[in-house]
Design a protein around this ligand. Structure first.
Ligand code: NAD
Length: 486
């Protein structure tokens, strides 16, 4: 008998967080939030319009000079308190994430731990903002470079990691001395408001972080990007929406960091440790039920191993406990909404129509909630749509390859370039293939790359810029140089 993670949802804020206060949307409109595990309404949050957006920019502007002038040590201490509060409230936050996103509670706990680490990392980075000094080649000037906060930042986050995608932006923005407006996804606003409450408790001054939920993201974010006081857009979401926002940001020449979609290849060479590759595949595919930008989307396995790999992966995937996300035994929760289930089903149907064989799963179970069974497909045709598109669900298509060159060619045959997984015991081959693959991150004999201390991000149409590490801090700073002599 499974037990449920507990949460008293009545305590979760549901109104806009502007200038340190919780306020109703000026229109009075609200957005319903649903539990994907049972399709029931959980809460309704305020629905901001352009007037509210302007109030949020006003609040961020008012707080900006004070926050930029706060000493690095003080900013660091505030971020440390955010870390401590997040860790001490981890169970509630995890339950909230699981309720509104649907992910298994174990994944939600993992997300909270990961999310909190961004506060800890950027508490440490806040006091390490170094400049540079050099003598110009002519010898006529000294060049002093210093880093200053970029300014008011709009942070837009997706629903798949509602806590971690927010802290991965708020942490460096605050460490750099920027004030910001967070616009979380409409599907998962409660986690963002819970984080806002935590920031307030940790002593983040009023107006430094503002949070807006809206059902009209295009219009409301558009109005913020048109405001000349706003200098930065940090977006995580789909490549499609990323393109729209880059066009919009072009009008005001806004500094943009874009973390976009992925189509990760998972390559297993015949000399790989198969046990390790299966463990890695389960993590790379099934973390968050496959709803991750880093999710392995295409499994390329060298021909000698492909049958064994496929059947072992299928038996692990088929044995996963699929259930309500907040039940403690759950290993795979529902997808986020009905649209996500329909998309996954149509990608699987397309692959099957083109010759793929369903080894396990291949359908939605008959029950309430937005579930899809963990699925392994063999003999997938190269023209199947799911090899070219983000599946964003618990589906693993397996394709055989023969040579190293072919594996590299297949891995690179996509417009995306976020992450790739490579399994081989031959380190020289591992490094050679890692260098040849066009992606921002490589997991070599590992199923996970995400780490607050490492520069996360993609090449090609997976994004611009990096989050995490010192790189993530510099995304919220501008270099200024002073040319002088003495
Ligand atoms: P999405 O692009 O639909 O939405 C992301 C955010 O943008 C949400 O807050 C949404 O409300 C907002 N939005 C949508 N249209 C907008 C518009 N016209 N103007 C302004 N904002 C708008 O993405 P999603 O479905 O929430 O998340 C899944 C996507 O995010 C996947 O493509 C996934 O790969 C990507 N993702 C990338 C990373 C990364 O680090 N690269 C991390 C997580 C998710």
């Amino acid at each position: 008998m499974s037990t449920k993670a507990n949460l008293n949802i009545e305590n979760t804020p549901i109104d806009l967080f502007i200038g340190g206060s919780w306020i109703h949307a000026s229109s009075g409109n609200r957005i319903d939030v649903f539990n994907p595990s049972n399709e029931q309404r959980l809460a309704s949050v305020a629905d901001a319009d352009e007037k509210d957006a302007r109030a949020a920019v006003d609040a961020a502007e008012k707080a900006a000079p004070g926050w930029a002038a706060t000493s690095p040590r003080k900013r660091s201490e505030v971020l440390s308190r955010c870390y401590e509060l997040m860790v001490s409230d981890a169970e509630n936050l995890a339950a909230l994430i699981s309720l509104e996103n649907g992910k298994a509670i174990s994944d939600a706990r993992g997300e909270v731990a990961y999310a909190a680490e961004f506060f800890r990392w950027y508490a440490e980075e806040a006091v390490r903002i170094n400049g540079e000094i050099s003598i110009s080649p002519s010898g006529l000037a000294r060049t002093l470079v210093q880093y200053q906060p970029v300014g008011i930042s709009l942070l837009i986050t997706p629903w798949n990691f509602p806590a971690a995608m927010a802290t991965r932006k708020i942490g460096p923005a605050l460490a750099a001395g920027c004030t910001c407006i967070l616009k979380p996804a409409t599907e998962t606003p409660l986690t963002a408001y819970a984080i806002a409450a935590l920031l307030k408790k940790a002593g983040v001054p009023d107006g430094v972080v503002n949070v807006l939920t809206t059902s009209r993201s295009g219009k409301v974010c558009g109005s913020i990007l048109e405001d000349p006081r706003v200098r930065k857009l940090s977006f995580t979401g789909s490549t499609e929406v990323g393109r729209i926002l880059l066009r919009k940001a072009a009008d005001s020449i806004i500094n943009c960091s874009m973390e976009l979609g992925g189509n990760a290849p998972f390559i297993v060479f015949e000399d790989a440790d198969l046990d390790q590759a299966i463990e890695g595949a389960m993590i790379a595919k099934m973390r968050n039920g496959g709803e991750a930008c880093t999710a392995a989307n295409r499994f390329y396995v060298q021909r000698a191993l492909v049958d064994e790999f496929t059947s072992r992966l299928a038996s692990r995937m088929g044995a996963l406990i699929v259930d309500d996300g907040v039940n403690t035994g759950t290993q795979c929760g529902p997808l986020v909404n009905r649209g996500a289930v329909n998309k996954v089903a149509s990608l699987v149907d397309d692959a099957v129509a083109k010759g793929a064989r369903v080894v396990t799963g291949g359908k939605a179970p008959e029950r309430a909630g937005f579930f899809y069974l963990p699925t392994v497909l063999a003999d997938v045709s190269p023209d199947a749509e799911l090899l070219n598109e983000e599946i964003f669900g618990p589906v693993a298509p397996v394709v055989a390859f023969d040579t190293e060159a072919e594996a590299i060619r297949l891995a690179n045959s996509t417009e995306y370039g976020l992450v790739a997984y490579v399994y081989t015991k031959d380190l020289a081959r591992g490094m050679r293939v890692s260098e040849a693959i066009e992606s921002g991150m490589i997991a070599l004999n590992r199923g996970l790359v995400s780490d607050p201390a490492a520069p996360f991000g993609g090449v090609k149409q997976s994004g611009l810029g990096r989050e995490g590490a010192h790189h993530g801090l510099l995304e919220f700073m501008e270099a200024k140089y002073i040319s002088t002599n003495w």
